[in-house]
Structures are given as structure tokens and as C-alpha cells.
Design a protein around this ligand. Structure first.
Ligand code: NAI
Ligand code: AKG
Length: 430
């Protein structure tokens, strides 16, 4: 008889230090004592169902050949097809995509959309590619992952550095390979190709909706709130705009280049227009520049919205944070150690798996609309989105109070229970 334990963990599942996958595993360890008899299935959540690593070769404009490493990870499909975005970034790694796919499983279950979790990415700085190279890389990647994606299998969407144009190329490539138009294979498409009204704004809108709920719980008036936002792209830019429209002062914005600050409140639409033209907030006239990046975290604000990358709020800066509420627009922006420091300081964190779930919620609406070929109005979409976000927040808030746990642990209890109940009901056969 072999002495190999049946739980031996493959080497690629062992986290290297406390990277995003390590953070996710620690979050699962924290929720496990709350799962009762379902805890016997918890190993399922620590092992992605399917991992695909692909070589993405393209011919560059100068005739040379470049190779990029691409990934698609389907973490779990117990509750439905895989679902989650595609990221183009120079720091993308397999273990990061594993974590992002796992957070999709948790998020989709936390807001009860009928999906499992998946995520993809290519390790590339898209700013170094021409438009033609970007299109060739996107199409080659789509062909390579085409063996595991599909409207009923796994449905990609935008994430960092990907947008509706990338989704259009992905949809077209998949459709060409299938021989018929398949609009439901990706979400976040242009409206003219079966995209949904409201999807572009949905993640930022969801952040704003739960921000209003959290502020009400803390007795804070959004109209007087000072807001600081890290990341001024799709999520951060739109969340900032909605807070400003509601009367809040957006006092600081940090992007990949620098930080801009205005104690009286930045002109958010003007900043968005500036970034659309110049690619960064750097040089915006209606603000002072803060050159020391670390200082962003000690800005005087009531609400902090990390909306860039993972592991931004750490032991190193958590103690400096002045905000009373943190809305996680990004996936995985807070390490478990920082979570503990902020809890002890009394800071309310609305976790990513609730706070940024507006995007996948409207992606779900898009997918439903594509299947029925019947499209809803923007008002209908925003009303349904707002209802789902408020209900998810309320359910998690109530459970957190009942069990005296953080909103993150409560969201994980709700989500892991749904995923593992589905797993148990489906059973193992033979
Ligand atoms: N796009 C979507 O629908 C969803 C996105 N998210 C998450 O939100 C976050 C942001 O995504 P998007 O807004 O879509 O990306 P994006 O590509 O539209 O914008 C990213 C922003 O982050 C900034 N940034 C990049 N590196 C930075 C750094 N080191 N420090 C400060 N800022 C930095 C960029 O300058 C840019 O402003 C990611 O964590 C993503 O996974 C979560 C749910 C849905
Ligand atoms: O809209 C989607 O399918 C997923 C968006 C995403 O990648 C995320 O929620 O992190």
C-alpha cells in the first residue's frame, strides 16, 4: 500500500510567500470553522478545477516573433459555468490568476448569480503593443483558450487593461472558430454586439451602492464624505464620479504613475477627460501632486476605495489609514494581517466579493439578454443591480452581527456554504 496521503497538494498549489493565492487560502482557513459539516468538502475550494497555460505567439509589426504566457483558470463550476475577467498586465502570474478565479467563485456565490468562478490573463504590458499587435495577441489567446471557454462553459469579461474592444475581438475569434456568431461567449461587449447597457459602469456603481449602505450603517452622510480612490480606471473612475455626483469630495486619486490631491475636492469629470487624453492623472492642473506614493494611504478621508491591484493595503500602511470605511473595488487589495489591524482600529471593510460584484452581476444580465435576444432598458438594469447589491450587503451584514465576524468572513460563509452545498448535492460518482 502506498503511504501517499490522498490530500497531497500538487506543488503549483503551494503558495510562494503570501501572494494572492496565499491570501485566498488564509481567507478559506478563516471561514472553515464556520462551515459545519460542509467543512469536509473545503479542500475543493483550495484546488482549482482546471488550469490552462497557453503560449501566445504573435508576429510583431517589425517582423519579429514574440511569445507571451497566457492563462485561463476555472476554479469551480459547481453552481454553473465559469465566469470572470481577463487581465493583461506585466505582473500576471499563474498563482495570481488562480486567486482571482477563486475570488470569482466566492463573489458569484455571495451575490447568488448562477456561475462558478474563472479568470484569465496574459503576462504582457499592453502599452508596449501597437493596436494591431494587441488585436493579434488577443485573437491568438482566444483561440488557445477556445478549447475550454463557451457560453455554457466559461464566459470571460473585462478586467485590468481589457475593455469592450478586447471583448469584441474575443467574441469574433471564438465565433469564427465555431462557424456561427456566439455573442454569449463573453460579456462586457460593445452594445452593438449584444453588450448590456450599464455594464461599463456596473462595477463602479456597485461600489457606490454598497458605499451608501455602509455609510448609513456608520451614520455617515455621503454628501459630506471625503473620498480617496486608488486606481482611476473602469472601477475607480466610475466610483469616484458617482461619489462626486452624490456630493462627496473626492480628495485624492492615485494611479500607476502618481497621486493627485485637492482638499476641496477634485473635478472628477475633468480628471476623467484628462486621463482619457494623457493616460494618467499626472500633470492634471486642478490638483497638487503627491510624489511619495506611500503618502496616499495617510490622506485625510472618510471613505477609501482601493480599485487597482491586489495586496495594496498591508501591515506597512494599515495603521496610517484614516478612513472609517474601505470599499474594496479591486480584488484582493487587503492582506489578512492588514484586515486584523483595521478591524482593531474599528474600520469597516466592505470586502471585494461584495463591493465589486456589480460588474459580474450586470455581466449575468448581459448573458441572459444575449440568450433571449431581448434587451432591457438601462433603468431596469440599474434597478435590478441596486437591489441585488443591497440585498447581498444586508444579508452579509446580518450574518456578521449574528456571528460576530467581519463582513469578509460573513460573505465567505454565505458563499462557501452555497458552493459546497451544490458540491455535496451533485455528489461524487463513481
Ligand atoms: N472591470 C471590472 O468590471 C472589474 C474589475 N475589478 C477589479 O478592479 C480593479 C481595477 O480594475 P479596472 O478598473 O477594470 O482596471 P483598469 O485597467 O480600467 O484600471 C486600472 C487602474 O489602476 C491603476 N493602477 C495600476 N497599477 C497601479 C498601482 N500599482 N498603483 C495605483 N494604481 C494603479 C491604473 O493606472 C488604472 O487607473 C482590479 O483589481 C480588477 O480586478 C473587479 C470587479 C470587476
Ligand atoms: O464581469 C465578469 O464576468 C467578471 C468581472 C471580474 O473579472 C471581476 O468581478 O473580478
Amino acid at each position: 500500500m502506498s503511504n501517499v496521503p490522498n490530500h497531497e497538494v500538487p506543488s503549483y498549489l503551494v503558495p510562494h510567500g503570501i501572494g494572492p493565492w496565499g491570501v485566498y487560502l488564509e481567507q478559506i482557513d478563516r471561514v472553515t470553522p464556520h462551515l459545519g459539516s460542509l467543512a469536509r468538502w473545503v479542500e475543493t475550494l483550495k484546488r482549482p478545477k482546471r488550469i490552462l497555460v497557453v503560449d501566445v505567439p504573435i508576429e510583431r509589426d517589425d517582423g519579429t516573433i514574440a511569445h507571451f504566457e497566457g492563462y485561463r483558470v476555472q476554479h469551480n463550476t459547481s453552481r454553473g459555468p465559469g465566469k470572470g475577467g481577463v487581465r493583461f498586465h506585466q505582473d500576471v502570474t499563474l498563482s495570481e490568476v488562480m486567486a482571482l478565479s477563486a475570488w470569482m467563485t466566492i463573489k458569484n456565490a455571495a451575490v447568488n448569480v448562477p456561475y462558478g468562478g474563472a479568470k484569465g490573463g496574459i503576462r504582457v504590458d499592453p502599452k508596449t503593443l501597437s493596436r494591431g499587435e494587441l488585436q493579434r495577441m488577443t485573437r491568438r489567446y482566444t483561440s488557445e483558450i477556445g478549447i475550454i471557454i463557451g457560453p455554457n462553459k466559461d464566459i470571460p469579461a473585462p478586467d485590468v487593461n481589457t475593455d469592450s474592444q478586447i471583448m469584441a475581438w474575443m467574441m469574433d475569434t471564438y465565433s469564427m472558430n465555431q462557424g456561427s456568431t456566439s455573442s454569449g461567449v463573453v460579456t462586457g461587449k460593445p452594445i452593438s454586439l449584444g453588450g448590456s447597457l450599464g455594464r461599463h459602469e456596473a462595477t463602479g456603481r456597485g461600489v457606490f451602492v454598497v458605499g451608501c449602505e455602509a455609510a448609513a450603517k456608520r451614520g455617515m452622510d455621503i454628501k459630506d464624505a471625503k473620498v480617496a480612490v486608488q486606481g482611476f480606471g473602469n472601477v475607480g473612475g466610475i466610483a469616484a464620479r458617482l461619489f462626486a455626483e452624490a456630493g462627496s469630495k473626492v480628495v485624492a486619486v492615485q494611479d500607476h504613475v502618481t497621486t493627485v490631491f485637492n482638499a476641496g475636492g477634485l473635478d472628477v469629470p475633468a480628471l476623467q477627460a484628462y486621463v482619457a487624453k494623457h493616460g494618467s492623472v499626472k500633470g492634471f492642473e486642478g490638483a497638487d501632486e503627491i510624489t511619495d506614493r506611500a503618502q496616499f494611504w495617510s490622506v485625510d478621508c472618510d471613505i477609501l476605495v482601493p480599485a487597482a491591484l491586489e495586496q495594496q493595503i498591508t501591515e506597512a500602511n494599515a495603521n496610517h489609514i484614516k478612513a472609517k470605511i474601505i470599499l474594496e473595488g479591486a480584488n484582493g487589495p487587503t492582506t489578512p494581517a492588514a484586515d486584523d489591524i483595521l478591524r482593531d482600529k474599528g474600520v469597516l471593510i466592505v470586502p471585494d466579493v461584495i463591493a465589486n460584484a456589480g460588474g459580474v452581476t450586470v455581466s449575468y444580465f448581459e448573458w441572459v439578454q444575449d440568450f433571449s435576444s431581448f434587451f432591457w432598458t438601462e433603468d431596469e438594469i440599474n434597478l435590478r443591480l441596486t437591489r441585488i447589491m443591497r440585498e447581498a450587503f444586508a444579508a452579509v451584514w446580518q450574518l456578521a452581527e449574528e456571528k460576530s465576524v467581519s463582513l469578509r468572513t460573513a460573505a465567505f460563509i454565505v458563499a462557501c456554504t452555497r458552493v459546497l452545498q451544490a458540491r455535496e448535492m451533485r455528489g461524487l460518482y463513481p
